[in-house]
Design a protein around this ligand. Structure first.
Ligand code: 3PG
Length: 400
């Protein structure tokens, strides 16, 4: 954006596609990391005299207004972070957006309502997306793409809109891509990858790619039970993607062939009941070996031996990429696995990257100092797809 600013942006209406998809409890933002991450770009453009129109999605509404996914709380928080009033349009391309944008003075900032309240944003139909992108384009003179968390989505505001306006990448995208690119090049070794989160199917692409690059892959969270099952262990009522077992077996075999250490939990905390995340009432988990999960229980966190094992595998790391929590970290009885991995990253001297909406939020919610990590990405799916080597629509659209 510095080039854009040098060319002069005073009085220009700049559409900034941000990713303000933050976790909410009702209307309270529980982690504002994504808002803070994009705020410098917005501040820089406003300081240069632009009229800044910020837009984002929040959650997955069904292409129509749905109050539980309103971005109004994000407008208030963005205003606090910027230290200036951020006006809010209650629609995306309707009367409210047009009036709010028309009322902007140089250096002022507005936020549009959730882009996904319009079916054209996520449509698979090029014409429908294009029509929505046309309507968005009519609001602005220039486009800045800075919603790194959404660059893997071929959506109207991410992919189609930059083709309609002179465009530039924002500072957040530039930083994110700079860091992730490093992980695809010559990395300091050992290169240790920690993967968690619920679904193994979300991580297969990245495992496929990292099996060629990493020295160690440590698995935790819901996805570990499909690997444990693939190794012949019973997993009770734990999260399981039975149809993914063949590919898990293939990856385990490939890891062995390539000499990549592929490490699974050796013990887990289990319970017959999923914990109450609202009351956080004591869950009294039981500790069992990972090959002895009772038939009526589900695994909800890695156990103490696994915590120690994973810390030891991270201690000498030259580079770490971590995506996905080790357990149900939102409940204190199941947060220790995720905490232990975060602490192990802090304790190692290597370059550490935390990727992912959930693991990034976990680090902050669990009270770690985010600045102590090498880099905390704002992109979950986006950082994984980048490391998979895929072409990301939102980056491709900015490349020219
Ligand atoms: C994310 O949280 O990963 C991004 O904001 C993208 O959201 P989506 O998965 O709903 O497209």
């Amino acid at each position: 954006i510095d080039e854009l600013i040098q060319d002069g942006v005073e009085g220009k209406r700049i559409f900034v596609r941000a990713d303000l998809n933050v976790p909410l409890a009702g209307t309270t933002i529980t982690d504002d990391g994504r808002i803070r991450a994009v705020a410098p770009t917005i501040a820089k453009l406003a300081a240069a005299g632009a009229k800044v129109i910020v837009a984002s999605h929040l959650g997955r509404p069904k292409g129509a207004p749905d109050p539980q996914f309103s971005l109004a709380p994000a407008a208030a928080r963005l205003g606090e972070i910027l230290g200036k009033q951020v006006s809010f349009a209650t629609d995306t391309v309707g009367d409210s957006a047009k009036a709010t944008v028309a009322a902007l003075a140089n250096g002022e900032v507005t936020l549009l309502e959730n882009l996904r309240f319009n079916a054209g944003e996520t449509s698979k139909d090029d014409a429908e997306r294009g029509a929505f992108a046309d309507a968005l384009a009519s609001l602005a003179d220039l486009y800045v793409g800075d919603g790194f968390g959404a660059v893997h989505r071929k959506h109207a505001s991410v992919f189609d809109l930059p083709a309609r306006l002179p465009h530039a990448a924002g500072d957040l995208i530039a930083t994110e891509v700079g860091v992730l690119k490093k992980l695809t090049e010559d990395v300091a070794r050992p290169y240790v990858v920690v993967l968690g989160g619920a679904k193994v199917s979300d991580k297969l692409g990245v495992i496929d790619n990292l099996l060629e690059k990493a020295d160690r892959i440590l698995i935790g969270g819901g996805m570990s039970y499909t690997f444990l099952k693939a190794k012949g262990h019973e997993v009770g009522i734990s999260l399981l993607q039975e149809d993914q077992i063949p590919v898990c077996l293939e990856y385990l075999a490939r890891a062995e062939k390539r000499g990549v250490e592929f490490v699974l939990p050796v013990d887990v905390l289990v319970s017959a009941d999923f914990p109450d995340l609202k009351t956080k009432a004591a869950a009294n988990p039981e500790l069992v070996a990972s090959d002895a999960i009772p038939a009526d229980k589900e695994g909800l966190d890695i156990g103490p031996k696994t915590r120690e094992l994973y810390a030891s595998k991270l201690a000498d790391a030259g580079t770490v990429f971590w995506n996905g929590p080790m357990g149900v970290f939102e409940h204190p009885d199941y947060a220790n696995g995720t905490k232990a991995v975060a602490q192990a990253l802090l304790d190692c001297d290597g370059f550490t990257v935390v990727g992912g909406g959930d693991s990034a939020a976990a680090v902050r919610i669990l009270g770690f100092d985010e600045n102590a990590f090498g880099h905390i990405s704002t992109g979950g799916g986006a950082s994984l797809e980048y490391l998979e080597g895929k072409t990301l629509p939102g980056l491709a659209a900015l490349e020219d």
